[in-house]
Design a protein around this ligand. Structure first.
Ligand SMILES: NC(=O)c1ccc[n+]([C@@H]2O[C@H](COP(=O)([O-])OP(=O)(O)OC[C@H]3O[C@@H](n4cnc5c(N)ncnc54)[C@H](OP(=O)(O)O)[C@@H]3O)[C@@H](O)[C@H]2O)c1
Length: 205
């Protein structure tokens, strides 16, 4: 699958490396082709760097892992996203997109014709770089959004990273719950002192 990554920092790099390893073709979409976070990914065979518009044009799936206030600027730079899947990883913890409560709300409003899925927001980037814990326990990922077909694609992409499963929280109305779920992880990891190497796992009986 052709995947554009906009926001090539901690999250973009962890997922870009994992997807490239799984055989996907990665188009990094950056503002400055010479100077950007995650430049070391260019050492991987199926990773190339482009303007944001060009990376989007070449891809079926777009991962946005930038900062919330940049959302409108990124939508402008992406150009036509009709029929494409956008994966929104951004949590409006410290900042929000201007005029919106969160990035998902902004993306569903501004990125016309795209199918937006919230995913890869609910745990730390270290868990995305390596979702396998001792005794070969593979972590779970979580997602939400209205498009069932887009969520099927995103679920597979989560499995390609190494997650055991990607649980569906529900439609667009459940995105806020997923963002609060991220805050629950941040609270346990940072405020309650458990550190960043913790994660949620669904168990059943
Ligand atoms: N870090 C985590 O563990 C974690 C976990 C879950 C969710 N998240 C969410 O994921 C997002 C990314 O987090 P991160 O830790 O990966 O951030 P980061 O390492 O600080 O990287 C941010 C990236 O955003 C890019 N960017 C900033 N403004 C931009 C703009 N106007 N247009 C295009 N790109 C722009 C930066 O580009 P340059 O390289 O050009 O500076 C950089 O590549 C955040 O919204 C965060 O809430 C993070």
């Amino acid at each position: 699958m052709n995947i554009a990554i906009i926001g090539t920092g901690n999250i973009g790099t962890a997922l870009g490396k994992a997807w490239a390893k799984a055989g996907h073709t990665i188009f990094l979409g950056v503002r400055d082709l010479e100077n950007f976070k995650g430049k070391e990914m260019l050492g991987i065979a199926n990773v190339t760097v482009h303007s944001i518009g060009e990376a989007v044009k070449l891809s079926e799936v777009i991962l946005i892992a930038a900062i919330p206030p940049a959302t409108a600027e990124i939508v402008n730079a992406m150009g036509n996203v009709n029929g494409k899947i956008i994966i929104d990883t951004m949590n409006s913890v410290r900042s929000k997109p201007e005029g919106y409560n969160n990035t998902f709300e902004a993306l569903t409003d501004l990125a016309k014709g795209a199918e937006v899925v919230k995913c890869f927001n609910s745990t730390g980037f270290e868990n995305m770089a390596n979702p396998i814990y001792p005794n070969d326990v593979h972590l779970d990922m979580f997602m939400a959004g209205d498009s069932k077909t887009a969520k099927e694609t995103v679920k597979q992409l989560a499995k390609d990273v190494g997650f055991a499963d990607c649980y569906d929280f529900g439609g667009n109305d459940k995105v806020i719950l997923l963002e609060q779920f991220a805050l629950a992880w941040i609270n346990l990891a940072m405020m309650q002192g458990h550190g960043r190497n913790i994660a949620f796992k669904i168990i059943k009986r």
